[in-house]
Write a protein that binds this ligand. Structure first.
Ligand code: IMP
Ligand code: MG
Length: 188
């Protein structure tokens, strides 16, 4: 895990904004392998359930799961913030299929943790399913913006408190399919 400060100057335009590469595919793959190894070590005696938080985590989730070579289950949850609410974490959940988490080790997989409001709401929501444990794994962590006390157990990258795009993260619905993580050019 490290703070990203170098840029490669590969620019793209999404809607009205310009973005530059922030994390390359190779850098993402390397950190993801490290995190997958840690997960395999910590969950070697369990059959955990990885829960991908849609939509943002879809690409990270898929790549991470390919690196996790032990027995596990996967599931998905959609979290959406209520529009127009203050940033105190009013989040709505849609479960994809039946989730039977009773007594299970659950790992939430997020694209990015910013204020942590979404994560806090997710943890509170999951408690009602009586899991044995709930941990968090995220690709990106904006540590400076984080306002909650929950530990973020598995982090690929601690990143600047700037707007990021790609590898699941969107700008106005676009850019989720980009295989690298980009940063808004005016924030460089
Ligand atoms: P939080 O609840 O503030 O931790 O952040 C919730 C959500 O905001 C994340 O799951 C993302 O969907 C979105 N988000 C936060 N930072 C960024 C960013 O830099 N780019 C795109 N989406 C972001
Ligand atoms: Mg998200």
């Amino acid at each position: 895990m490290y703070f990203r400060k170098r840029f490669f100057g590969r620019m793209i335009t999404v809607r009205d904004k310009q973005f530059d590469v922030y994390l390359s595919q190779v850098e993402i793959a390397n950190e993801m392998e490290r995190v997958a190894r840690n997960l395999m070590h910590d969950y070697r005696d369990s059959t955990p359930i990885f829960l991908g938080i849609l939509h943002g985590s879809f690409m990270f989730f898929s790549d991470l799961m390919k690196e996790y070579r032990l027995e596990c289950e996967v599931g998905f949850l959609k979290a959406s913030s209520y529009l127009g609410m203050e940033t105190t974490g009013r989040v709505k959940f849609h479960e994809a299929g039946e989730l039977d988490l009773e007594g299970r080790d659950v790992i939430l997989v997020e694209d990015i943790v910013d204020t942590g409001n979404t994560l806090k709401a997710l943890h509170d929501h999951l408690k009602t399913h009586n899991p044995k444990s709930v941990k968090t794994c995220t690709l990106l962590f904006k540590k400076e913006a984080y306002k909650q006390n929950l530990p973020i157990d598995y982090v690929c990258f601690e990143v600047d408190n700037k707007f990021l795009l790609g590898y699941g993260l969107d700008y106005d619905g676009l850019g989720r399919n980009l295989p690298e993580v980009y940063i808004l050019k005016e924030d460089l």
